[in-house]
Design a protein around this ligand. Structure first.
Ligand SMILES: Cc1cc2nc3c(=O)[nH]c(=O)nc-3n(C[C@H](O)[C@H](O)[C@H](O)COP(=O)(O)OP(=O)(O)OC[C@H]3O[C@@H](n4cnc5c(N)ncnc54)[C@H](O)[C@@H]3O)c2cc1C
Ligand code: SF4
Ligand code: SF4
Ligand code: SF4
Length: 384
């Protein structure tokens, strides 16, 4: 029994929802805060003060660090080029998912609901459903019930590949308790998440075409262009360097407040295996080893991570590289994104200004560094 039950304030809460899922009497609900981020609310009339929510919250009770401080690091991509084209980086997640499903396991990850364009964490157990989870959705996902779903499968003796942001992984580590032999954790390198409400407002304003589906990658090209499908399934490509959402996202202006002090953007990492983009690859790896449609970087954080990599070895190009090169263009491996002054007003402005006024006010701040990075990737594509 714990007398003083307090969960995170909105400034610290990651919105991982692990506390709500683990509460034995389900007396935690989630509201949206003033900016649309998920925040817990305890019904104190029925709370039995068992303290499980606080023990599960990865911010209040950080999981013990048992992973290596110096992970082996790899450049990798799937040998199936169609998989690479339709994934955000090198399609490694798809190969991991196939491996676990072929062993009778389930895979937990994030899908986007057609129509509402909300991102939610779901569990799948069929090869055909892997595509539902494929690709990054650069928005906060709703992780309701995913922890209990994974725990139930583990109790049934199934293998579970649990993927998500590092805060969701840390929530799962606290939620699972001792029954973790069959649990395999895969995290994305994460620089932060905007709220679904912000994303929805942007979509409503970006066109009058009733967007029904959104892809945060323009298929074969490895950069941040996005594709919006309208309600007649017509395709509209949004160029990252002109697009308000991707520009403010890449400039780290629209993340949840907790992301700017993220306790999980550090080494050692949270998951068994960490996946990200190998930005800057052209400076370190042989030209003929680079896949023009996407290149993953993989960090192996413990023995389970190595067993996952070994299981997909024959389906992938894999080559060991130096962590020090990878972190130069991927600082979120070891530190959170930096708070930007414009973050203080951008959410309230989004509620009252038109998208063109928002673009005028905020997009001139798109840093020269990001723009040069974008140009560099485009130039690289032309020569590959
Ligand atoms: C919000 C976010 C921020 C990211 N920031 C960076 C970064 O700064 N640097 C970097 O190198 N890589 C970043 N990534 C990771 C990168 O975009 C790729 O997802 C990663 O390299 C894996 O690529 P893949 O080709 O192997 O698989 P993909 O098929 O592209 O991977 C998809 C995986 O991401 C999960 N996922 C998708 N959307 C979400 C979401 N909203 N919340 C939680 N999990 C999600 C899916 O469940 C699946 O496991 C980010 C991803 C997300 C979702
Ligand atoms: S203390 Fe126990 S009952 Fe109360 S909200 Fe937390 S988990 Fe639920
Ligand atoms: S468990 Fe997650 S959602 Fe609950 S208070 Fe902690 S950070 Fe917030
Ligand atoms: S930056 Fe940290 S707190 Fe924010 S979504 Fe990513 S892992 Fe969670």
């Amino acid at each position: 029994m714990t007398d003083n039950i307090q969960l995170c304030t909105t400034e610290k809460c990651t919105g991982c929802k692990a506390c709500g899922d683990i509460c034995p009497i389900k007396c935690i609900t989630f509201k949206e805060d003033s900016e649309g981020f998920y925040t817990p609310d305890i019904n104190r009339d029925v709370c039995i003060k068992c303290g499980r929510c606080m023990k599960t919250c990865p911010v209040i009770t950080p999981p013990t660090d048992t992973n290596t401080h110096n992970p082996k690091t790899y450049h990798a991509y799937s040998l199936n080029q169609q998989t690479v084209k339709s994934s955000s980086s090198g399609g490694i997640f798809v190969e991991l998912a196939k491996s676990i499903i072929s062993q009778g396991g389930i895979v937990c990850g994030v899908t986007q609901i057609k129509g509402s364009l909300k991102s939610v964490n779901i569990a799948i157990d069929k090869f055909d459903d892997i595509q539902l989870l494929q690709g990054s959705k650069y928005v906060q996902s709703d992780a309701s019930n995913i922890y209990s779903t994974a725990i139930k499968a583990l109790t049934n003796g199934q293998k579970v590949l649990f993927s998500g942001t590092p805060c969701q992984i840390a929530g799962m580590k606290n939620a699972v308790g001792k029954n973790k032999e069959n649990l395999f954790l895969v995290e994305v390198i994460c620089h932060g998440v905007p709220s679904y409400r912000f994303f929805k407002r942007y979509l409503n304003q970006v066109s009058n075409l009733s967007p029904s589906y959104f892809e945060f990658k323009n298929n074969a090209i490895w950069d941040y262009d996005t594709i919006m499908y309208d309600n007649r399934n017509r395709k509209h490509i949004l160029i990252a360097k002109k697009d308000f959402y991707m520009k403010t996202f890449l400039n780290e202006e629209i993340f949840q407040n907790a992301c700017y002090s993220c306790p999980f953007a550090k080494l050692p990492r949270q998951a068994d295996i960490t996946l990200g983009d190998y930005w800057g690859i052209e400076n370190y790896e042989p030209h003929n080893s680079i896949n023009k449609s996407g290149n993953s970087v993989i960090l192996i954080n413990n023995e389970k991570g190595m067993s996952l990599l070994n299981a997909i070895e024959s389906a992938c190009y894999i080559s060991e590289v130096e962590l020090k090169n990878v972190v130069k263009r991927n600082h979120n491996i070891y530190e959170p994104s930096k708070y930007k002054p414009q973050r203080a007003t951008i959410y309230s402005d989004m509620d009252r200004l038109s998208l063109s006024d928002m673009a005028k006010k905020y997009n001139h701040r798109f840093t020269i560094r990001n723009y040069l990075g974008f140009l560099k990737r485009r130039i690289k594509e032309i020569f590959i």
